[in-house]
Design a protein around this ligand. Structure first.
Ligand SMILES: Cc1cc2nc3c(=O)[nH]c(=O)nc-3n(C[C@H](O)[C@H](O)[C@H](O)COP(=O)(O)OP(=O)(O)OC[C@H]3O[C@@H](n4cnc5c(N)ncnc54)[C@H](O)[C@@H]3O)c2cc1C
Length: 563
């Protein structure tokens, strides 16, 4: 911990301004989490109708020390709170921001106001917030506090009891088309706390010097400014600009951190998008209005994906750590290469597009979807690494880290869901397609600025004399490739096919075990693809891969399922 960041307090005491509030009133505590706004906020609306409101936001040390947390997450939340506090104050609602664990904070409030009620949004967070919420629920039951939880966006809690996945889209549509929750009336006639000041960044466990100018700033105002610019202008570039890391920073909405921290509600974003679509439809049909409409429709489908993916983690929290499909447990675990993982995380793989993307991500906290997918795909396939530690690295790098999107996406791009097509990206081809003149690579890897175009995406091919002439020696000034792409891709494909064949056969084995004849039985150990007694799967996979893998195909991404 930096010398400027204070240690968490061992006990929680109520600020004097709160302690002075009447203790015989039935206080409604609105616990803000990833919903940092006053607009379209169900807990705030309902709480304000039930009694005097105290707003609460807790920086939790247990979350701040978790492997998926980075300082930029706390900084962004802090900036959102800087917007939220005056918005609440305008409604006469005091906001208490404190650094502590949630249970002691609630206990302190309860000791002061035993009649209190608690309101919050449901949260689809990581395992720690899940466990914390369970502990809060237990505590509420034990002491007799009512905790009102309200849905946020389209994630449906206890979906199985509400029609399951088949009914999910109907739930989503009903929620998104419903009217937003009204902003509460000013709390007239109720005692108002003196304006509670936001504690300093360091008192909340944040780096006081963090001033990264390249990451997006938090706050509702910033979120709306970005959204308005998108609707008025950038959306026309959306469909054709979202794949390239060069054009995507401008063409994409860049709303993800504002949605992740709830500075904007999903419903208000969707409804504003629909309104904009209606306006465009009523205008004369022009190429511009057509491009904007197409962009808005594509954007709308992404907002649907947001909740669709989050529902996966909500319904199965274990997928934060464990492969979605049990068949794929163990597929890469025996191949751990911490040195490769470190090189990948540092942006030192020797593949310029991978390294440039990692640099951009580390410096800005954002990267477009295709490049995120390529980063994890390269780590999972060409480096054949398990996804868990790389997922934490990316979580720390993503300003918009949203566990409910992150883990299902990581698993999908790593090929361990058992239900999605396998996508293996070729970073050289991606660079040729999406950064043909190398502008992006040079922007983020200045060391390669003098490398001529033919070598830009494969600088290790530069003749030695040219390397000397340019002063860019591969292995000294820029890393040599960690793996040979062609071989690594071929190996990944063979390993993937062999594993799949093996698990399919072990399914047959399980059936055989249960129902089949006992004559001539093989043990499951013999079925391991690396078992010396059984290299048939490997032979078949290698035959299949050499038959179907021409060098021409290797220059393409595999977007199709492995045959
Ligand atoms: C490995 C991997 C990890 C990811 N982790 C996250 C994450 O932690 N947080 C996060 O918000 N997004 C994540 N995404 C999805 C996506 O890359 C980002 O949402 C998007 O790049 C954010 O930029 P934007 O707001 O400009 O998106 P836009 O393209 O403008 O889309 C608008 C919104 O739709 C949602 N969205 C867009 N694409 C997707 C998608 N593929 N899946 C689900 N929702 C989507 C986001 O909320 C986004 O803000 C991940 C993707 C991959 C491949």
């Amino acid at each position: 911990m930096s010398a400027h960041i204070s240690a968490p307090p061992s006990s929680v005491s109520l600020p004097a301004a709160i302690a002075q509030l009447p203790s015989d009133w039935v206080w409604q505590i609105v616990w803000f989490k990833r919903d940092l706004r006053v607009v379209d906020h169900a807990p705030l609306y309902h709480a304000s109708r039930a009694g005097p409101v105290l707003a609460l936001y807790v920086f939790e040390p247990s979350l701040q020390t978790a492997p998926d947390y980075a300082d930029q997450h706390g900084q962004f939340a802090y900036e959102c709170l800087q917007d939220l506090q005056p918005a609440l104050h305008a409604l006469n609602i005091p906001l208490w921001v404190v650094r502590a664990e949630v249970l002691p904070v609630l206990q302190t409030l309860y000791t002061h106001w035993p009649q209190l009620a608690l309101h919050s949004h449901e949260e689809t967070g990581n395992g720690l917030t899940f466990e914390r919420d369970r502990a809060v629920a237990r505590w509420c039951r034990d002491v007799g506090v009512t905790w009102h939880e309200y849905p946020q966006h389209g994630v449906v809690r206890r979906l199985a009891a509400q029609g399951g996945r088949a009914q999910w889209t109907a739930h989503w549509q009903a929620r998104m088309t419903a009217a937003s929750w009204p902003t509460p009336q000013i709390q007239q006639g109720r005692a108002v706390a003196k304006q509670l000041l936001l504690p300093s960044r360091s008192a909340l466990g944040l780096d006081p010097k963090e001033g990264n100018p390249l990451r997006q700033r938090g706050g509702r105002e910033q979120g709306w400014a970005r959204f308005n610019a998108f609707l008025a202008d950038h959306v026309r570039e959306y469909r054709y600009g979202l794949s390239s890391p060069r054009t995507a920073p401008r063409a994409c909405s860049r709303l993800s951190p504002y949605l992740a921290y709830g500075a904007l509600s999903m419903r208000e974003v969707l409804q504003a998008g629909w309104e904009c679509q209606a306006q465009l439809r009523s205008m004369p049909n022009s190429p511009d209005s057509k491009a904007r409409l197409a962009g808005l429709r594509a954007f709308e489908s992404r907002l649907h994906w947001h909740c669709h993916f989050m529902q996966k983690l909500e319904s199965e929290p274990a997928i934060e750590h464990r492969n979605m499909h049990p068949d794929w447990v163990g597929v890469r675990e025996d191949h751990l290469r911490p040195d490769w993982q470190a090189a990948w995380a540092e942006g030192a793989t020797g593949y310029p597009l991978i390294d440039a993307c990692m640099q951009m991500l580390r410096q800005t906290g954002w990267l477009n979807f295709r490049m995120r997918a390529m980063l994890i795909s390269f780590c999972s396939y060409q480096l054949w690494q398990p996804w868990q530690a790389p997922a934490w690295h990316l979580a720390r790098c993503f300003l918009d880290y949203e566990p409910g999107i992150h883990y299902p996406q990581i698993q999908m791009q790593s090929g361990v869901t058992g239900i999605n097509a396998v996508r293996m990206y070729n970073p050289i081809k991606q660079a040729q397609d999406h950064d043909p003149d190398g502008y992006f690579v040079k922007r983020w890897l200045p060391v390669l600025r003098r490398v001529p175009a033919p070598y830009m995406f494969q600088p290790w091919l530069m003749p030695s004399a040219l390397q000397d002439k340019l002063g860019v020696r591969i292995g000294r000034d820029y890393p040599a490739p960690l793996v040979d792409l062609t071989q690594a891709t071929r190996l990944a494909r063979a390993r993937y096919s062999a594993w799949r064949e093996q698990v399919q056969r072990s399914h047959s084995l399980a059936v055989l075990e249960k129902h089949g004849s006992r004559a001539g039985r093989w043990t499951p150990q013999q079925r391991r693809p690396d078992h010396p007694l059984d290299d048939a799967p490997r032979r078949r996979a290698s035959r299949a891969s050499s038959a179907s893998l021409s060098s021409e195909q290797l220059s393409f991404d595999w977007q199709e399922p492995i045959p």
